[in-house]
Design a protein. Structure first.
Length: 126
């Protein structure tokens, strides 16, 4: 039984480490390597690169990294933080930010929302 518990700890730590790295990479690409600055300067909706996979890669990266931290230290007390963070992101993103982008880009943003997930990086079938 002790050996099984020790193995599970390593499974959680490896999974957590992977999620922390994945979260950082998603954040880094979205924040620094996506060309978002040019899109903002030109007032164009960014829909390619990482933004073809997830609408909010910087938020998603931190969310995934936080999940990895929870796994890494296999601390049950961190589980509610995951759901609280998701709820805050949903309220913050859906209300002011998505309404603002809909006002700014109209139908183009509405179509983009149908194709690309808000928080979970996933390539949808078109």
């Amino acid at each position: 039984m002790e050996n099984l518990t020790g193995n599970l700890v390593w499974v959680f730590r490896i999974t957590g480490g992977f999620l922390i790295i994945l979260g950082f990479v998603i954040w880094f690409v979205g924040a620094l390597k996506s060309g978002m600055d040019e899109s903002i300067t030109e007032n164009k909706l960014k829909t390619d690169g990482i933004y073809a996979w997830v609408r909010n890669p910087m938020y998603s990266g931190w969310w995934i990294a936080l999940t990895g931290i929870s796994f890494m230290w296999h601390n049950i007390c961190l589980i509610p933080v995951f759901f609280i963070n998701w709820a805050i992101m949903t309220v913050v993103l859906k209300n002011p930010e998505e309404k603002w982008l809909t006002d700014l880009y109209g139908a183009e943003y509405e179509e983009y929302k149908k194709r690309v997930n808000r928080c979970i990086p996933w390539k949808r079938k078109d």
